[in-house]
Design a protein around this ligand. Structure first.
Ligand SMILES: [Zn+2]
Length: 320
């Protein structure tokens, strides 16, 4: 197959996967959003948990999590939620548990549901910190177009702006505030080029952005699983005890969740890589593969075959 045909085929597969995700989210999308309420994670860490759904007018685009690290000298936020209104509610919730000022807002990645509240956080005094790789997306035509669509669809309010970081990171860095050490680690490119994870060292808590899935089969889509595995290895090296993901509930078994995602991706590459090398047709290879370790996991039926197929195509390319 020519590489153009392969690219077209990959796009088709990615679209089919996105449609499946959308279908899953339709039911949840009609639900109203939960209140923006802090959940305690550890001595210094809290988070608010959005709905597992696509953004809609009804759920107010509250579909992602935001992290809160309270230190004696100030409060560090991880991500900014999906609208200025949600960010204001987040600030109000923080004011009920801490009197310290908000000093930093760290962006895990520049996806709409994680950054549309940034202007409010900056207005409250936060220095916005993100990885420098995000500058390309922010400077692209896509970013303002997506924002305009989100406003038209009522996901976020008119007047929402895209906020560039005040401090662009070129390398991993440490932020020490009120005696609490935070490691800001570049774990991309995986979900996005700029993926940043925040480790709160004294608490063993890792705010992992969108790179970790908890106790379920991930949607691989067209992500490069080799890079994704490298990201998971970097997070495993941080040895967190607790993970707060960008979506969904907190994990108190961080190593197991990181390892599960990692093993699954590696298994896809191993089995589908062999099939691609031996030019075995995908359907035969899929049927001959032992999926018993994963088939009881949530979303296996929905995601596994398409993940395997995407990996098969990827391995054909990476062979060249
Ligand atoms: Zn996300």
């Amino acid at each position: 197959m020519t590489s153009a045909a392969r690219t077209a085929r990959r796009r088709l597969i990615a679209t089919a996967a996105a449609t499946a995700v959308a279908a899953l989210a339709v039911r949840a999308g009609a639900q109203p959003a939960p209140p923006v309420e802090l959940q305690r994670v550890s001595e210094h860490c809290w988070f608010v948990q959005g709905l597992a759904a696509l953004g809609t007018r009804e759920n107010r685009n509250f579909i992602s999590n935001a992290g809160v690290v309270v230190t004696p000298a100030g409060v560090v936020l991880v991500d900014a939620l999906g609208s200025p209104a949600l960010a204001r509610e987040l600030l109000a919730a923080i004011a009920r548990v801490a009197r310290q000022p908000v000093t930093h807002a760290v962006v895990t990645h520049y996806h709409a549901d994680h950054v549309y509240g940034l202007a409010e956080l900056r207005r409250a005094g936060a220095t916005v910190v993100a990885h420098a790789s995000a500058r390309e997306y922010l400077g692209s035509e896509t970013a303002p177009l997506r924002l305009r669509t989100s406003i038209e669809e009522g996901l976020t309010e008119p007047g929402t702006t895209l906020v560039a970081a005040d401090r662009w990171l070129e390398a991993d860095t440490t932020l020490e505030l009120g005696g609490v050490r935070l490691r800001l680690v570049h774990v991309g490119p995986a979900h996005t080029p700029e993926d940043l994870a925040v480790a709160v060292e004294p608490d063993g808590v890792l705010f992992a952005g969108d790179l970790v899935f908890r106790g379920r089969v991930p949607f691989v889509g067209t992500a490069d699983s080799r890079r994704w595995i490298a990201s998971l290895d970097r997070m495993l090296a941080l040895a967190p005890r607790v993970i707060v993901p960008g979506h969904g509930p907190v994990s108190h078994d961080a190593r197991a969740d990181l390892q599960l995602t990692r093993d699954y991706l590696a298994y896809l590459r191993q089995t589908m890589g062999r099939a691609a090398r031996e030019m075995q047709p995908f359907d035969d290879a899929y049927a001959a593969t032992d999926w018993s370790r994963y088939e009881s996991l949530p979303l296996f039926r929905m995601a596994n075959r398409i993940n395997a197929y995407n990996t098969y195509l990827l391995m054909e390319q990476q062979r060249e």
